[in-house]
Design a protein around this ligand. Sequence first.
Ligand code: AMP
Length: 412
Amino acid sequence: MSFKDLKLNKPILRAVAEAGYDNPTLVQEKTIPLVLERQDVITSAQTGTGKTAAFALPILQLLYDQQDAPKKGKTIKALVISPTRELAIQIAKNFKTYASHTNLTSAVIYGGTSIEPQIDILKKGIDILVATPGRLLDLHKQDELNLDYVEVFVLDEADLMLDMGFIDDVRKIERLCPEDKQTLLFSATMPYKVEQLASSILKTPKRIEVTPTSSAAKDVSQVLYYVPKRNKIELCLHLLRNTVKGSILIFRRTKFGVDKLHQTLISNGYDDAERLHGDRSQIERQNALADFKRGKVNILIATDVAARGIDIIELDSVINFDLPNVPETYVHRIGRTGRAGNFGHSYSLCSADEKSYVQTIQKLINVQIPVENDHPYPLDPKAKPIVHKKKGSKYKKGRKSEASKKKKKRWY
Ligand code: AMP
């Protein structure tokens, strides 16, 4: 499915494209059409699934048709409540990005900072307000905001909101909005108290559940580095020097690749790197594995096939030097860390020709892998995959006859 299939209008589609999103995530595919139909919705989805855009995009679409001139008499038509400041800021940032080609305006208010600038922003008039509960109620008490025109009310991270003790505040805020509003509730988990809240404030809600594939282990942090193919080795060395710690399993697609990286690591002072692939003898493989398990070596470079069956409880990190073209392999690889209650880390290096693999992986695991752009070898987003043409003469075959070639006197 594409964003166009979701019937979003052009200015929003343009902003989505500029944000670098190619296709909607699963939670977006399922939630957006229901929000556009003005249904109440309960979505259980975690951060990382693309849930913010799942409510932000259709809200902008609904408000777009009735938007005013940039500064004309704006009233709050969408209210998003978030339990933490960080999350509220993040949500507001997303709204600004997606609304960049519309006249719709948004603001964020949260506690712990001076209230005056927030009052000034509210006075100017905005369409969308993102807020933490306490500060929102403060401002309402001071008569600085009017919730009489709210059409869509979003409760984000409802489970966390209740864990943080905001239940009464949430109920109060809900009552300050008009009765006939549309309500959307997002929660990573759906414990009884969230169900209870939902049943008291939502009207015949539709339910959506998007859980990340369980094996895309919850206890593994994932990071993606876009990097030109030619710089992968440098980036790998950079990560080994600065970021990746502990026992490290590095995956490469080919045996040749494993050997090449192994040599590079050895010549860069990583004498403790070992390698594992199908061309090594059984005894060599066993020794490599035993040394890694014992902690005698900290780095093991392997192909997928050779690494099958490795069960090293203490594995700290996985580096996907090459991304696998089979998405399940990614899940399998990163699942080797973060076991037995330990926290694991996975680092994936993606060159221009591997970008499509990222999409299929994300589709499978229902998680957008966070991208780290702050590294010394960034990939130009417009870079095209390098296609290696077959080597051979640059002259067309058969351009000259054999006879003429023989006749030709060469000067050397
Ligand atoms: P969220 O679950 O809303 O916190 O989103 C997680 C990350 O996914 C954010 O960095 C978003 O910018 C990104 N994201 C959201 N939707 C998409 C999409 N359709 N394609 C790619 N990335 C997305």
